[in-house]
Every structure is written in C-alpha cells, then in structure tokens.
Design a protein around this ligand. Sequence first.
Ligand SMILES: [Zn+2]
Ligand SMILES: [Zn+2]
Length: 466
Amino acid sequence: MAAAASACGGAGCGQQCSSASASGGAEEDAPTERMGRLSISAATACGKCDGGGVAVFVAGGVGMCVECFQAHLFGKFKLAVTSNAMVRPTDAVLLAFSGGPASRVALQFIHEMQSKAIQSWETSNSQALPAFGVGVAFVNESVLSARLQHETEMVIEDIKSIVSSLSPGDKKVHVAPLEDVFSSESGVKAARLKEVVGMIDDETGRDDFVRCLRMLSLQKIALENGYTKIMMGTCASGIACHVLSATVKGQGYSLPADVQYVDTRWEVPVVLPLHDCLAQELNLLCELDRQVFLKTQQLLDRPCSGINSLVASFVSRLREENPSREHTILRTAQKLKPFSFNKFSANGYHDFLPSRLRPKFQNVDTNESTFSEILCLICGSPFSESELQNLESTKHKDQKRTDGYTAHCCQSCRFQILPAATDMYEHFFSLLPKPWTEKVDTASASHSSLRDQIADYLLDKDDDEN
Ligand SMILES: [Zn+2]
Ligand SMILES: [Zn+2]
C-alpha cells in the first residue's frame, strides 16, 4: 500500500472516511463527477474480475484490481491509436521519453502493441505485414539546468536499462543534447542555446521557447534515423493545462491544432495516444506497478514559473474540487474546429484501416478550418487572418531580412519570445536554429525570384517619368 491516495493512508477505513474512496464518500455525486476520482482501498474486490485484493477506484466509482486498471488504461490507449490510424505496420515510431509516468506508460503500451504485432506476424503466413518499429528519444536539457553531469549520466543509463528490458522488438535509444539543434561546432552550441534563451525576458516565453526547441530536437532525431511518427506522452491533464494557458496567452486561433490526437503539420507527424488518460491515472499505474515493471525516472527538476506553472497549479486545485474538470476543459476545447493537418489523409492509410473507420479518413470534412500553410517560424502555430494580413503587407515593402523573420512569427511569440528592443532582433534571429530561419529564407527567395522573372513586365518609376 505504498500509493496512499486517501486521508486514511489508503488503509480503507470504510465508508465513513470522507476521502477513502470515490464510492464511499461521494455517493451523492453524479457519475460523471466521479470520473477520474482515484483512490485505493483494500476493502473492496475488483468489480471486473474476481481476483485481486487491492482495488483502484476510477471512472464512476468502479473498483478495479491492478490488472484490470492497467487493462482499462491500455484500452483507452489502443482505442486512440487504432481509431486515429496513428500507427501503420510500416511505421517506425519514435517515442519521446522523459522518464516520467506518462511517457513511461506510453512506452509500456506501445511495446505491448508491438509485441502482439510481432507475435501475430510470426504465427501468420508470409501474407501479413511486418510489425512496426519502436525507438526511444531522450532530449537532454541538462545544459539549462543546474544538475550535476554524473546525475544526468545515471538517468540516461537507467533509461537505457528500462528500454532494453522490453523485448521482443529491438528498441534503439537516442539521446540528444538539446543544444544539438544549433548547427555549429559542438563547443559553441551550448553557449548559443544559453545566449538565445537568456535574451528572452519573459519567463513564460523562455519556457515555451525551450518547448519549441524540444520539438525541433525530436524532429531532427526522427528525420536523421528514419522514424515516420513521433509519439508523445501528453495526457488529458497536460492538454487541459495547455488549453487554459493558451487562452491566457491569446493563442485562441491556433489552440484547436494542439488538442487533437494527430498533428501532421510537422515534417514527422506527431501523435498523442494518451490523449484521454489523466495524469493521476498514469501516476497511479506507475506507483502500483513499480515492482512489476513501470520503473520511472523523474528528471524534470527545472523550476517552472510564469503562466504555465500558474495554470498547472490552478488546474490541480480544480481537480481537488472536482476530478472531472480536466475532462470538461478538454471536451470544451475539442468543440473548436480542428485544422486539416489534425488527421492523416486517406493516402496510404486506407488499406490498414478497419472498414468501419474508412469513411472518416476518406471524406474531406467540411467542419475543419482551412489552413493557410503559413506557420509561425518559432512555435509552428498556424497564422490567423490578422497575422496573414500583416505578413502580406510586409511582402510588398523592400524589407530587411529581419523584418521577414518578424513577420513570420505569430503574435504570441512576438510578444513573449522576441526581445523587447527591436534593435536586438537581428542578433536574436541570427542565433536561432537554422531550420527555422531557412524556411523563411527559402520562401522569400522564391518570392523575389518570381519578381525577377516578371521584372521585364513591371513598370518601373523611370518608365513613368518618360
Ligand atoms: Zn480485476
Ligand atoms: Zn509562434
């Protein structure tokens, strides 16, 4: 009973204990209100099977043993994967692994899916497709933290041993220092990362900027090693926090893009199979199963600050009052129109889909926002109408390179991430990772070459005067 989630220390002192269990003290709650209320009690047997002494209370107060609880969460994971066509047999999936409970559960579950696929491939005739591949990526951000180097090395060793214990299916571990996204000599990279992060005045902006670099790093690992999907351990609680903080930051237009299961706007598409699982559930599964398999490695010692951490503590207070709040926030945000890049197109997916799901991927859903293909240089947010207009207006001017970069940043990044003094822009942009600025360079080069091509047909000032 190490995982004491109740006031009585998880001993299950009975119906009188106000917080002992969801089914005990919360009879008057509506079933939906009890969703996600978790506690552990030895008093009740599993409501799903006949075995098991310890019961986990989840989803409407149903008591479950550890095995059934795990199966319950695995069911949500698998449903998210299959109903959104996240993984094809030909895919190589790169799991973004932080070592925390969410990514640890994602690793375990994708491993289980892979094992089953390998088994059925081995037992079937050669007709069947091979099983998908899985790799694990760890982005090492220690250059930005005060942690000692040998601690990081121990964590990395632990991660390698966790991954190597998962067989069948060979899984490579890719450890990439965050500063590797800066394409300069190795000694300079770390200094560059520190300098550019140091130029951001706003704490929230710094936090978000590092998050953008992390995504770039994952994309780089995936592209260099032939992965076709990036799987993240983002769960319902994390998305709920993002919904609120994005609203506070004025990122309402691009918000729908971040709350879906699938995000193909990146070169390597990103999938979120833990979309419907709560952080509490994932933590609990790791705690219950620690002896069995789910060893976690907590590395997030970065002191969080600014809007993101304020929102996180706000959401955790909401959860204490009513555990279904995270689901409510998520459901509300999902009523927003997703973008066209929030699902896989029918191309190449059709053959692997169960027939009942095919129509979902075939028809162009008119309920989706059309997408301008212009994404923020830094955070990848799609551009809103006003941002597009601003970009258009700068195109007609003889602009400096820096103006082009600035116009390709969304409002929120301009406000939070770009330095306050505009005379620092040039230096700031020169420090950014090349993949970000190069996109704008190519776009403006093609724009000016078009101008060159049609230059003969354009009236210039001299002609007017003659
Ligand atoms: Zn059970
Ligand atoms: Zn942005």
